[in-house]
Design a protein around this ligand. Structure first.
Ligand code: GLA
Length: 371
């Protein structure tokens, strides 16, 4: 029997930048998914989700076609298909049970954690010896092809490459990365609004398409050197974005500003500069709300509640359209913060919130089995 754990993630800053070749700064968190697996001698997989109480059968020698309907099995099938394509052979069948300690649909990348867990499982079982970055890219492909979400690399990279106590700075174009220590007296709080994400997939793909429209329009003035919004500086943005049609103009303005904010945030984090961290998180949230239009009343209410309860900074995290906020909080004030933020949110929103004080966790790994 093997056991694999794979963490969810929150993103400190750098939202909707990863499919624009930009920068992200996620943290793998101590909420995780576990998979317990017994290898089989054939290519069948019996996969049971304890969380959903659902069982599925997959045949690795005859995987279903791409674009499976909603449901956890599409992520497992997708990872198996991408690993098999990469390795050029059929993987080992497993009887597996999934236990998720991650709230589903809260924007904490439960799907990426599931993909990462199965990627690490088969990497070990079939002795594939793939680099973590390669596993992350294959998981991302699985999400594109099997779930139809044209996501960037952030979630899978965080779940596979995170380090305890550190955030992951990733340049999604060059794949350069740095593991940045978090100030030890800051806690990461995930504040789930309780509002499920609605229409997330189609809206997400639409935002991506609007960014691509902006790139085409900017190429008209700046030339082919603009391959992605990453190539547009804030100064160029101020000059040339007014030439781009709405709503692509506002979408691009968010991405250009957000990339600059990630770089500024890195410096602020290194100096534990609370004022700057707060200003950057607030600017990120406002830009996601007003220009990118992926926030909602509950996310705005939660950010407000967290700030009034004394957070260093707070913003929506993940794709948006519902889900969770991330707040950074002085550990010394954590208990008071949690009570106060919950009370303030409940006074403003009808959904049932949940707060999780998280540590920055290590990326997915095999875990020793309890006997
Ligand atoms: C989702 C995607 C990521 C990223 C975020 C927004 O979590 O899976 O790739 O684009 O949204 O930053």
């Amino acid at each position: 029997m093997l056991c694999v754990r794979a963490p969810g993630r929150v993103n400190l800053i750098g939202e909707h930048t990863d499919y624009n070749d930009g920068y992200v700064l996620p943290v793998a968190i101590s909420l995780e998914t576990r998979v317990y697996a017994q290898p089989r001698t054939d290519a069948l997989c019996h996969i049971y989700s304890e969380t959903l109480d659902e069982q599925h059968v997959l045949n690795l020698a005859d995987l279903p076609p791409e674009q499976l309907p909603d449901g956890f099995i599409r992520y497992v099938a997708g990872v198996a298909a991408m690993l098999q394509q990469h390795a050029g052979r059929t993987l080992t069948g497993v009887d597996a049970t999934i236990c998720s300690g991650l709230p589903l649909g809260a924007g904490l990348s439960s799907s990426a954690a599931l993909e990462a867990a199965f990627a690490v499982l088969w990497d070990a079982l079939d002795d594939l010896r793939l680099e973590r970055l390669t596993l992350a890219q294959l998981c991302q492909q699985a999400e594109h092809r099997y779930a139809g979400v044209h996501c960037g690399l952030m979630d899978q990279a965080a779940s596979l490459l995170g380090q305890a106590g550190r955030a992951l700075f990733l340049d999604t174009r060059t794949h350069a990365m740095q593991h940045v220590p978090l100030p030890p007296d800051w806690a990461i709080v995930v504040a789930d609004t309780g509002k499920p994400r609605a229409l997330a997939e189609s809206d997400y793909n639409l935002r991506r398409a609007q960014c691509e429209q902006a790139v085409v329009a900017l190429q008209g003035v700046l030339g082919e050197s603009v391959v992605a919004l990453r190539d547009v500086s804030p100064e160029q943005g101020a000059l040339y974005l007014p030439l781009v049609e709405e709503p692509a103009r506002r979408r691009a303005r968010h991405v250009v500003g957000e990339n600059a904010r990630v770089l500024a945030f890195l410096t602020a984090l290194r100096h534990a500069d609370t004022a700057q961290v707060r200003a950057l998180m607030l600017a990120s949230h406002a830009s996601l709300r007003d220009d990118y239009e992926v926030s909602c009343a509950e996310l705005d209410a939660m950010v407000e509640a967290c700030l009034q309860a004394g957070a260093i900074g707070a913003r929506m995290t993940g794709a948006g359209f519902g889900g969770a906020c991330v707040a950074l909080v002085e550990r010394a004030h954590l208990e008071r913060f949690l009570t106060d933020a919950e009370r303030r949110y409940r006074a403003r929103a009808a959904y049932e919130p949940r707060f999780y004080a998280c540590d920055a966790a290590a990326g997915a790994s095999l875990c020793p089995m309890e006997t």
